[in-house]
Design a protein around this ligand. Structure first.
Ligand SMILES: [Zn+2]
Length: 108
């Protein structure tokens, strides 16, 4: 079903996805914070695993563990944020914009 502008009946409609964009960014930041604690955990695990390979192994293990932990936090936060944003876009915000007359509206 094509979306139509309630004002001028144009079908040139674009989704604004403001909530999605905002929440995705917030999610990445929040996830990044989670990522810091993941990074600390990852560094500890990495150091334990790396210990089998001596001093260099501990160093590399810590580094790899920290990076992986931080990335997982940021990415999962971003995904979770985008999901929340999608719901906000659909239910709360006026998510559609007519490219013909610039009317912004929401579909119930
Ligand atoms: Zn319109």
């Amino acid at each position: 079903m094509a979306i139509q502008c309630p004002k001028c009946n144009s079908t040139l409609i674009t989704a604004r996805n403001m909530g999605k964009k905002a929440c995705c960014s917030i999610g990445i930041v929040a996830g990044g914070a989670q990522g810091v604690s993941n990074a600390l955990k990852g560094a500890r695990i990495g150091a334990e695993v790396g210990a089998f390979f001596g001093q260099t192994g501990i160093f590399l293990g810590r580094l790899a563990g920290a990076l992986v932990g931080a990335m997982i936090g940021g990415i999962s936060g971003g995904i979770a944020g985008a999901k929340v944003g999608e719901i906000i876009d659909d239910r709360v915000l006026d998510n559609f914009e007519c490219m013909q007359c610039e009317h912004v509206f929401r579909i119930d």
